[in-house]
Write a protein that binds this ligand. Sequence first.
Ligand SMILES: [Zn+2]
Length: 83
Amino acid sequence: MKYLLLLALLAGLFFVLGVRRGRPGEPEARRSPPPAPPAPPQAMLRCAECGMHLPADEALPGRGGVFCGATHRASFEARQGQA
Ligand SMILES: [Zn+2]
């Protein structure tokens, strides 16, 4: 009779542990994965010619600032040269 009690106790212990870990037999992958963290905000730069905001990796560096395109850089630098 002692062994039966011990067995019941162990069964209860395993049941509790199983419940805590999730349903027994369920693979870990089936649980929904945590949502991916959002992409970090990208630095926005301002075109020195027209004032348009553009992401840093699209900005064209030049004398006097960054530009949205080669034409704006050229016109800005031409104006700087005149002054
Ligand atoms: Zn521009």
